[in-house]
Design a protein around this ligand. Structure first.
Ligand SMILES: [Zn+2]
Length: 277
């Protein structure tokens, strides 16, 4: 999260109603809660170590082509990994790995960066329509530096625009929430329906100009975006402070957010050529 104003005025607008007794089958093998937690607990302290650890984590789950993308104006690279699908249509899944000086940057945003690895793992054995590009962004806290550098390439005419960008920033301290005012309505609608069908919690949050995050770097290039977090008033105050420790992350909520995002990437994004409803 890039904080742009000191006071939290975000509103939890509504709790998405949950239906009962519907099941969504996942034809894949999600990482279990213990594995998710192990990856969280690695929590390297320095940004350089976080970049290096993200790179080794991607290798550990079998990513064949881990990429370090140099970022102009940043000392550290973006760390990315591509998972090919049945089509070359691209979905970017991003989370910044950098932290501010204070605190461990556990919630903001090792929670999201480490989750990228488990999402890669969960999708890797499944049938995928899209090609997924996972990117750990550098220097979000200094002004979305890494994501702006990455998004710039899609301005070129010879580079196809991604179908969507799914951003994860500060996740697992409470129920998953979406930043609705900046989200593409179709992407948001799919997620709301899926959360309901899976009986998983999802809230709608507005930040009212007090914070920004990496999805904005893509939205400005007309790429459809959605950003997931779990920020509430109490956790917002802890971000960028000595209080941002692993203890902010809830062992129940973190795996729930993971399962929701994994299912969302796997089956809910519209398939190319699918009849638009
Ligand atoms: Zn932040």
């Amino acid at each position: 999260v890039k904080r742009v104003a000191p006071i939290f005025v975000a509103l939890v607008l509504c709790l998405v109603p949950r239906s009962s007794a519907q099941t969504v089958s996942l034809e894949m093998a999600p990482a279990n809660s213990a594995v998710l937690w192990q990856r969280l607990e690695r929590l390297p302290l320095e940004n350089a170590d976080r970049a290096a650890d993200l790179l080794s984590l991607f290798k550990e789950v079998g990513c064949a082509d881990v990429v370090e993308e140099n970022v102009r104006g940043a000392k550290l690279p973006n760390v990315g990994c591509t998972l090919p699908g049945l089509t070359t249509q691209l979905v970017i899944v991003g989370a910044h790995y950098d932290k501010t000086k204070k605190g461990r940057g556990a919630l903001d945003n090792w929670s999201g960066a480490a989750m990228l690895v488990s999402l890669y793992e969960g999708l890797s054995d499944s049938r995928r329509n899209y090609t997924f590009r996972f990117v750990g962004f550098a220097d979000e806290e200094k002004g979305l530096v890494g994501s702006k550098a990455h998004a710039r390439q899609y301005r070129r005419r010879d580079t196809p625009k991604p179908h969507a960008m799914v951003n994860i920033d500060t996740i697992g301290s409470a129920e998953s929430s979406i930043w609705l005012e900046r989200a593409n309505e179709h992407l948001a609608g799919h997620l709301v329906r899926l959360a309901s069908a899976m009986d998983l919690p999802l809230e709608i949050v507005e930040f009212k100009g007090i914070a920004s995050t990496d999805s904005e770097s893509f939205r400005t290039h007309d790429i459809p975006v959605i950003s997931l977090s779990s920020i509430r008033e109490d956790t917002f105050a802890a971000l960028h402070s000595a209080d941002d420790q692993l203890s902010l992350i809830d062992p129940e909520h973190y795996p729930k957010s993971y399962r929701l995002i994994l299912a969302y990437l796997h089956q809910v994004l519209p398939v190319p050529g699918e009849t638009k409803k």
